[in-house]
Design a binder for this molecule. Structure first.
Ligand code: A1D88
Length: 219
């Protein structure tokens, strides 16, 4: 479950871990710290991916079940990560190496771009089938990135999208073989080059101001 950060030239590659990469409080802390590190070490862009067959299976429902009294705090922690990724002051791309469900799918959507493995793994918002309605912030996040027609299907049917289906629906920008996935993600953002972090962060914060407000006040 350990998240790690490495650099490929000036591109920070954040690996979310090697199991289901559920959003436990410890995992959220470690990802937050690695994002700090990407910034402090001067990355020009950020790629997130994971090892194995999961990008992320989403909320840590076992932890939540055992800590129901902390549910509000927990959802705020999760939504803070979404808001941070949505406005992260460098180009971001999620290299979706496998299953991305629920909050894992939302984390992917919060990036600027997405590339998904073409042969295995599902991109899925299962909330309608597991009886966990989206918060206003979560709904705003997904709807900010998908067309209305794609959002209706993705958010209200629980459809599991393989790579080619996710591309057709506009959930991802590219597909690639698993071996080429990280390289494709780097190829997407490396040519953009370094941008002024204050300026890019301000642009994204303005573009997504209403989503960030919903993510910060909701939960
Ligand atoms: C607001 C709330 C937010 C939240 O976050 S709530 C929490 C949300 N999270 C969840 O609900 C977790 C959901 N996750 C799961 O149910 C499971 O963790 C998975 C289904 C993701 C994985 O389960 P596994 O038993 O490990 O299945 P497999 O071996 O990875 O694959 C299942 C079958 O699906 C096929 N398959 C996988 N990818 C594709 C693809 N892209 N195109 C076609 N088929 C695919 C495989 O081959 C296999 O099939 P074959 O069983 O016949 O071998």
């Amino acid at each position: 479950m350990t998240a790690t950060l490495r650099f490929e030239d000036k591109i920070a590659v954040l690996d979310l871990g090697e199991d289901e990469n559920r959003f436990s409080p410890d995992w959220l802390d470690s990802v937050d710290q690695l994002l700090d590190q990407a910034l402090s070490e001067g990355a020009h862009a950020l790629v997130t991916t994971a090892t194995g067959k999961f990008y992320s299976n989403g909320l840590d429902l076992d932890w939540l079940g055992a800590n129901g009294d902390k549910a509000k705090w927990y959802v705020q922690q999760v939504q803070s990560l979404f808001a941070r990724m949505l406005t992260f002051p460098m180009p971001t791309v999620a290299a979706i190496n496998g299953h991305a469900f629920g909050a894992g799918a939302m984390l992917g959507i919060a990036h600027d771009y997405r590339v998904m493995r073409d042969d295995r793994g599902y991109y899925c918002f299962p909330e309608v089938d597991i009886n966990i309605p989206f918060t206003e912030g979560m709904a705003a996040l997904i709807q900010a990135k998908l067309s209305p027609a794609s959002a209706i299907v993705a958010m209200t049917t629980g459809r599991r999208y393989g790579g080619s289906d996710a591309f057709a629906a506009g959930l991802v920008d590219f597909t690639a073989s698993v071996d080429a996935l990280t390289a494709k993600a780097i190829e997407m953002v490396a040519p953009i080059g370094p941008k002024n972090a204050g300026t890019l962060g301000a642009i994204k914060s303005t573009m997504f101001a209403s989503v960030v407000t919903a993510l910060n006040t909701d939960g």
